[in-house]
Design a protein around this ligand. Structure first.
Ligand code: HEM
Length: 515
């Protein structure tokens, strides 16, 4: 239906209330008394029967109009006018400055990304926005793990396998419908996945979506015996089963070498006991079918074991600052039998097995954290340009522009350092990475998560009360500010990592160094 503005203006009373939003006409007659912002505002002279587009967009996110329960209020359009506020098309790039890393910005160049990365980014963004985002928002809120249909779709695209990075586990797989060959898949493709996933603004859910696989499966793939490796990889990468890394203990925290969980040899295997220290904060533990564990043997060494869920294992949900969708758990092993063929690597080499994936884990956490920082910068730029205070946009305040300057500088420096380290990863084998990149990655993660905290704090100041409100305009800022510390403590707390990097550097100091 088409209406003239004059006709809309005649519907301006309680019980007969129309408004114009973005050249579309909404009949709010029945909704007014249920409106979360109250009915009075809708009945005011500037709103009832009038064009309330500007006021609406300064108080609501565009997504409000896309909800089924509100879409039905739309009764037509204004004659001869066209809708001129659009949501970014699913899968497309943002036009907001600095909302995308430079390699995606027209006119910029990068030595790292090729055509296959560009194709891949488009496909992953579309998939994330269409398949993952709706489930992410719903589960982050209700606290349930990701829905099986999302896991199945990811498995079909081989996204679960790709999240582990390049390697033999990709051989023979069709990646993202075939747009990238397994042999050409590199750490930059993997970086794209990590950063696109950061855009779902559901940090607990994104860990629920296979955070345990990214850290629990590599030790099996790299150190498990052939039969175990192939069986478990098939089950987990097809989304049928879940695995987690159950190493962090209540007493040991970041000190992996200090684990106390015990494994004693018995006929045909081992018996694992969590006492005197059980595992805590184990991502995906509540729903995992397998637990990759480091245990102290009776001889005092460390052995890595893949423990299948069975009698004697209890997993209890821990509530953290992000959603229980992550399945964060407290785990108890009480006389759990583990078959002999479930040993990963050699007895007494458990520490190497577990440490072997730490650099990669830190890189993954850092990649996502920087992606999240950029998304929050975009929120702040949009809000500061939109929001009017004392009759002027927020951007007219120098103090706000200074905060935006800091955010931009931080995210650009983090991203550029990340891409430089990622490039090194594509050129170094595992030993070289362990030797050369542990310090770089430790510093990069420490620096990025500190930068993230500064950006989050500034974002809250820019959004004011909305930055601490879980619904409405500032909801993404509130979420980021509440949840970003998972990246600052997961995979090694900031101070521990900084210290690790410096100690490594000091070991490499030449004896001849003098001022
Ligand atoms: C189709 C029309 C509308 C719908 C479906 C709608 C829906 C909502 C919803 C869901 C909220 C809760 C906040 C959120 O989750 O974003 C809200 C808040 C609010 N709405 Fe509306 N609204 C409409 C039109 C308007 C109009 C025309 C105005 C007046 C300019 C208005 C003023 C407000 C105010 C003042 C709030 C409180 C915002 C805050 O917390 O800062 N709404 N509305």
């Amino acid at each position: 239906m088409q209406f003239s503005r004059e006709e809309v203006a005649r519907h301006n009373t309680a019980g007969d209330l129309w408004v114009i939003l973005n050249s579309e006409v909404y009949d709010l007659s029945k909704f007014a008394k249920f409106h979360p912002g109250g009915s009075i505002v809708l009945l005011s002279e500037e709103v009832a029967g009038r064009d309330a587009t500007e006021a609406f967009y300064s108080l609501h996110r565009h997504e409000v109009l896309e909800k089924n329960q509100y879409m039905r209020f739309k009764i037509g359009v204004i004659q001869g006018e066209e809708v001129n506020i659009f949501k970014r098309k699913s899968g497309s790039l943002s036009q907001v400055p600095y909302a995308e890393p430079t390699w995606l910005v027209p006119g910029f160049h990068s030595p790292y990304y090729k055509e296959s990365h560009k194709r891949f980014q488009v496909a992953v963004r579309g998939f994330v926005e269409e398949v993952i985002y709706p489930d992410a928002q719903a589960r982050e809120e209700d606290g349930n793990p990701p829905s099986q249909h999302v896991i199945d779709e990811m498995a079909k695209m081989n996204l679960i396998a790709m999240r582990l990075g390049p390697g033999p586990h990709l051989r023979g797989r069709v990646l993202m419908g075939g747009i990238v060959e397994p042999a050409e898949f590199d750490n930059f493709h993997e970086l794209i996945i990590a950063q696109e996933l950061a855009r779902i603004h559901a940090r607990g859910y994104s860990d629920g979506l296979g955070g345990g696989t990214c850290i629990g499966l590599p030790p099996v793939l790299n150190f498990g015996k052939k039969e175990l490796r192939e069986r478990v990889a098939e089950e987990v990468l097809s989304g049928k089963k879940y695995i987690c890394l159950a190493v962090t203990e209540a007493f040991a925290g970041s000190d992996v070498a200090g684990v106390k969980c015990r494994a004693s040899r018995v006929v045909n295997g081992w018996v694992v006991n969590g006492t005197p220290s059980n595992q805590k904060w184990i991502t995906n533990g509540t729903f995992a079918d397998y637990f990759t564990v480091a245990c102290r043997t009776d001889k005092g060494g460390l052995v890595a074991l893949l423990v299948p869920r069975g009698p004697g294992i209890s997993t209890t949900l821990i509530k953290t600052s992000y959603s229980t969708a992550a399945g964060t758990s407290f785990i108890q092993f009480d006389n759990v039998f583990v078959p002999a063929n479930h040993v990963l690597g050699r007895e007494n080499h458990g520490l190497q097995v577990i440490l072997s994936n730490f650099n990669h884990e830190r890189w993954g956490l850092t990649s996502g954290s920087i992606g999240g920082q950029r998304a929050i910068l975009e929120e702040c730029l949009k809000w500061a340009a939109l929001r009017k205070v004392f009759g002027k946009p927020l951007t007219s305040q120098p103090v706000v522009r200074a905060k935006l300057a800091g955010m931009i500088a931080r995210v650009e420096s983090c991203q550029n350092w990340l891409e430089s380290v990622t490039y090194q990863m594509t050129k170094m084998n595992y030993e070289q990475q362990a030797l050369n990149l542990a310090g770089q990655l430790a510093f990069l993660k420490m620096y990025s998560t500190r930068a993230a905290q500064e950006t989050a704090a500034d974002a809250v100041q820019i959004f004011g009360g909305r930055g601490i409100t879980r619904t409405g305009m500032g909801r993404l800022v509130e979420h980021y500010h509440r949840t970003l510390l998972i990246d600052a403590v997961g995979g090694g707390a900031e101070d521990v990592l900084g210290d690790l990097g410096v100690r490594q550097a000091l070991r490499k100091m030449p004896d001849s160094a003098r001022l």
